[in-house]
Write a protein of this length. Structure first.
Length: 143
């Protein structure tokens, strides 16, 4: 059901500083940036060792990411896995009695469709299912 690892998401206080640290310390490449108005979240995706890290931040303390940062601080947010046909995957999980945080897909970065599994189902780990859009960016952002 779940495909390959899509990315590892980390919440950070200062997005620009986190991008800089990943670049300077590890030689990471900045692949994409976006702002998700629905959740008021700033997102940057960096690539390191063939793995994508999605850095999440928000300038708004009352947003979901802002509350996470205030209550828990920086750190791992979720693991994301590619799924083909996210609507069908959600239906299969619901039919199997699995609790979900999203009953239908919602917009992620660059038009991706995403949905989260309730972490109570996965030993406390937040798992995201993601279906890539047909026009996903593949090149890094110039420095």
């Amino acid at each position: 059901m779940l495909g390959k690892l899509s990315h590892i998401a980390i919440v950070v206080h200062d997005l620009e500083a986190a991008i800089g640290r990943f670049r300077q310390m590890f030689g990471a490449r900045l692949l994409e940036r976006d702002f998700l108005p629905e959740t008021r979240t700033d997102v940057a995706v960096v690539e390191l060792g063939g793995v994508h890290f999605e850095l999440l931040s928000s300038r708004e303390p009352d947003s979901k990411v802002g509350r996470i940062l205030r209550e828990k601080g920086e750190g791992l947010h979720h693991l994301s896995f590619d799924v083909p046909g996210i609507v069908a995957q959600i239906g299969q999980l619901q039919s199997a009695g699995v609790r979900l945080l999203d009953e239908k897909p919602r917009r992620g970065v660059h038009g991706r469709q995403i949905a989260f599994i309730d972490p109570r189902e996965t030993s406390g780990v937040l798992i995201e299912m993601v279906e890539e859009s047909s026009k996903q960016k593949s090149e890094s952002i110039p420095e």
